[in-house]
Design a protein around this ligand. Structure first.
Ligand SMILES: Nc1ncnc2c1ncn2[C@@H]1O[C@H](COP(=O)(O)OP(=O)(O)OP(=O)(O)O)[C@@H](O)[C@H]1O
Ligand SMILES: [Mg+2]
Length: 550
């Protein structure tokens, strides 16, 4: 994959060296065409373009458009590709670039025996293209003929053993710098209000993964829908434009509207501070400052204590789209497909960067990865290895947030230092944090009941709810609302909450052993998301025989 300046250099060099065949892979035909126009103009090379739709045209550098009406090609009526190629090669004088677009799907490479033609009935012009020998001969065209044929298309082309005889270039999507130029042009053309340099850079960064044409449309639409301003309020609209990109992942990735704020999360002080310190770490400014983009975070912990909630909150806190990666679907795919599915999903994630890549319950389907790969001949381990290696090597701003509440299935490599930037352990909330969570939940869930949270004795409720998870505290508030509603739709009271809490049997009691194992596992491996230390004891959890702790 090359960026635009490298692309220019490589094509110029190939033209100067008269490399016979160059393959260009790109989704952006307009961009490839535009670049070839510019290069051939600069190098004073005749630029001919052949497409199935429009036949053969010459680019008129003076008038800046393609034309059929030129003496040079006017008497060419047979526009079958092999005829064009022969004519360019054998009859044209001087330096010529022949650009052929979207004909590559006629290549079958070595799978076809020489002389074997594609269905001549339906594709008369391209029949002989399948003949590898013909192409091999072309690929060996002498530089003294001063001709180069560029074949461009969106998909990877299968040239079989011909691949060694041709030059291949894959044009990357536009770089941030190019997107910046597009941004500036759109702002100028649409007469948008100017934004600060910092906001401009964030908007531009949000458009990564879009093609030139897509970015142009996204900027224009987002600005028009945002009072003619392309500032950070326009970012969500640009991100929505990128949604369609995720469809390329075959359902493995999907996009989440981040609807949770970090203020909605109770407790987790250390984790929040860590996130706050890195809020701007994925921005271009941080990169220029020499900061290495953080790779990812692993959140281990007790079920229902805010791991998934935090993952969602990070996206809105940092201002990036939240992309959920369903790893279990990767493992559910057909034999042999798993690894390629994994790579494809990661490619797409990079294409939509910057983003938060959320892998919820990462251990799901990971049973074989822990070393005993016997169950699936090591596929799980290898596939997981792809993820870890990618995390080490990726340069795009993709921040991985993985969560897990069943550590025993996690492969040891996953939690080794250096894979994730940090591993946090999210435990059951302490009394103080239960108070905080209750406050938040009453304020949000109880908003319509007219409850004034200052009338509630949060301290008493927190005392009564030891071992409750955040999810259970939320449920407690929801259930208490029933009592208040039944009793004349009045505001919530402390008594409602206490009454319901006495009827609740927290999961932690049934899960005593699991929590003990989790804490033990996390003790030396993870940072506490809250408080000073990870408690490895479970003495505070009563035996199951005494379910209500009474
Ligand atoms: N610390 C918290 N602050 C506020 N709400 C919380 C907190 N923890 C849990 N909740 C509430 O409980 C719900 C479930 O939490 P969440 O899905 O984040 O749990 P989890 O840690 O991911 O659990 P699991 O391991 O089962 O996936 C949340 O939607 C949220 O409403
Ligand atoms: Mg979860």
């Amino acid at each position: 994959m090359v960026g635009v300046s490298e692309f220019r250099n490589e094509i110029s060099a190939a033209l100067k060296a008269h490399v016979p065949i160059v393959i260009v892979e790109s989704y952006e035909w307009e961009r490839v065409e535009g670049l070839l126009c510019a290069i051939t103009r600069k190098e004073e090379i005749t630029y001919l373009k052949a497409t199935a739709e429009k036949g053969l045209r010459l680019f008129d550098h003076e008038k800046k458009r393609f034309t059929h009406d030129h003496p040079m090609i006017a008497d060419q009526h047979d526009w079958s590709i092999d005829n064009i190629v022969r004519w360019v090669r054998d009859e044209l004088e001087g330096d010529v670039l022949l650009h052929i677009e979207d004909f590559h799907h006629n290549f079958q490479g070595e799978e076809l025996a020489p002389g074997n033609h594609l269905d001549a009935g339906t594709q008369p012009h391209t029949a002989s293209w399948a003949y590898v020998g013909y192409w091999r001969e072309l690929a060996r065209m002498k530089p003294s003929r001063r001709k180069t044929i560029i074949i461009s298309g969106a998909t990877q082309m299968a040239f079989g053993d011909l691949e060694k005889e041709v030059v291949s270039i894959k044009l990357d999507l536009p770089e941030v710098k190019e997107l910046g130029l597009i941004y500036d042009r759109v702002v100028r053309q649409q007469e948008f209000e100017p934004s600060s340099a910092d906001e401009r850079n964030r908007v531009v960064e949000a458009a990564r993964g879009l093609t030139v044409m897509e970015a142009q449309t996204a900027f224009a639409l987002a600005g028009l829908n945002n009072s003619k301003k392309l500032d950070k309020d326009a970012i969500p609209m640009i991100i929505r434009q990128k949604r369609s990109l995720l469809q390329n992942s075959g359902g493995l990735l999907d996009y989440f509207e981040p609807n949770v704020n970090i203020e909605d999360v109770g407790g987790l002080k250390n984790l929040k501070m860590w996130l706050e310190d890195r809020r701007e770490a994925l921005t271009p400014a941080a990169r220029e400052f020499g900061i290495e983009a953080p790779k990812g975070l692993m959140l281990l912990g007790v079920p229902g204590c805010g791991k998934s909630l935090t993952a969602k909150a990070i996206a809105s806190m940092w201002g990036y789209p939240l992309v959920r990666f369903d790893l279990s679907k990767v493992f559910g795919s057909f034999v042999g497909q798993t690894e390629s599915q994994m790579r494809k999903a990661l490619d797409v994630a990079e294409a939509v960067a910057p983003c938060i890549l959320w892998i919820d319950e990462i251990e799901k389907g990971m049973a074989g990865a822990g070393g005993d790969g016997s169950t699936d001949s090591g596929v799980t381990a290898r596939t997981f290895g792809i993820l870890l290696t990618w995390m080490q090597e990726k340069t795009s701003p993709v921040f991985v947030v993985a969560t897990s509440n069943r550590v025993q299935n996690l492969p040891a490599e996953a939690i080794r230092k250096g894979r994730f930037d940090e591993i946090f352990f999210v435990d059951l909330p302490t009394a103080e944090i239960r108070e905080e969570i209750l406050l938040k939940k009453i304020e949000s869930i109880g908003a319509d009941s007219g409850t004034d949270v200052s009338t509630i004795n949060l301290n008493a409720v927190a005392e009564m709810t030891s071992l409750f998870s955040g999810a259970e505290l939320e449920q407690l508030v929801k259930d208490s609302l029933f009592l208040a509603f039944k009793d004349g739709a009045r505001p919530l009271t402390t008594d409602d909450l206490l009454t319901v809490s006495k009827r609740t049997y927290p999961l932690a009691i049934t899960m005593k052993e699991d929590i003990a194992a989790l804490r033990k596992f996390a003790h030396n491996r993870a940072q506490p998301a809250d408080g000073e230390d990870i408690v490895s004891s479970i003495e505070d959890i009563p035996e199951e025989e005494n379910p209500f702790g009474e």
